[in-house]
Design a binder for this molecule. Structure first.
Ligand code: ADP
Ligand code: MG
Length: 240
């Protein structure tokens, strides 16, 4: 579903990604971890085209998104992304947040878009909030709506960048539970998180990034129980 080949990314003189190779199968759940500033967000942003790569190739479902003529509208619909800040439209109700892009971008009828939106609201457990405005919701609820809004575009891949980092601790689980459900339903996901319990439960593969390179990767059992690289051991000692 996703293939990264020799990805380099440089900002000015700062080499952030330093030759990343990664292949992600359809339905696979990757948890990407590593020290602050190691390039996790940059890598996600390259995968959905928010950043261009300096060198290397990225394919999404067979489409080369590092080529010359990329249909970005198509790629953005294939690849959903949710960030730490929820970025819901504050002046729109929950339901209108969910149907905006399907109607405007995908040219769905309002009826169709509402149907999809309502089923997604049920899925994230917020059917009763359809007419609420974002400011009337808790952070955890807003983040669940942000996930539903992204899913409303029917993406093939979902990228999550520290989506629970800004939440009060008691609201983290409700968001992680939505992501865990998605993972179990077979969504292809790349998740940056500091929640190691979640990584153990949800990941098919944990990928550790340091200095812009993949230092170690493996299934969570092996990765957490028997890390090999010294940098991984030190990181896990700090966070576990
Ligand atoms: P992480 O998400 O792992 O904490 P980031 O990908 O956000 O790391 O950042 C990696 C490095 O790239 C940092 O040194 C950061 O300052 C730099 N960086 C990220 N985005 C930009 C940008 N748009 N312009 C310049 N430097 C950037
Ligand atoms: Mg980041």
């Amino acid at each position: 579903m996703i293939k990264l080949e020799n990805i380099h990314k440089t900002f000015d003189n700062n080499q952030v990604l330093n030759g990343i190779d990664l292949t992600i199968a359809k339905g696979e759940v990757i948890v990407l971890i590593g020290p602050s500033g190691c390039g996790k967000s940059t890598l996600l942003r390259c995968i959905n085209g928010l950043e261009s790569v300096s060198e290397g190739k990225i394919w999404i479902d067979g489409i080369d998104i590092t080529g010359k003529r990329v249909n970005w509208q198509r790629i953005r619909q294939k690849v959903g992304m949710v960030f730490q800040s929820y970025n819901l439209y504050p002046h729109l109700t929950v339901l209108d947040n969910l149907i905006l892009s399907p109607v405007r971008v995908q040219k769905k009828t309002k009826k169709e878009a509402v149907e999809i939106a309502l089923s997604l609201l049920e899925r994230v457990g917020l059917s009763d909030k359809r007419n609420a405005y974002p400011a009337q919701l808790s952070g955890g609820q807003q983040q669940r709506i942000a996930i539903a809004r992204s899913l409303a575009m029917r993406p093939d891949v979902m990228l999550f960048d520290e989506v629970t980092s800004a939440l009060d601790p008691e609201l983290v689980k409700e968001v992680l539970d939505v992501m865990l459900d998605l993972a179990r339903e077979g969504m292809t996901m790349v998740i940056v998180t500091h929640e190691m319990g979640f990584a153990k439960a949800a990941a098919d593969r944990v990928v550790f990034l340091s200095g812009g390179a993949v230092i170690e990767e493996g299934p969570p059992e092996l990765f957490f129980e028997a890390p090999k690289d010294e940098r991984v051991k030190q990181f896990l000692n700090r966070v576990l």
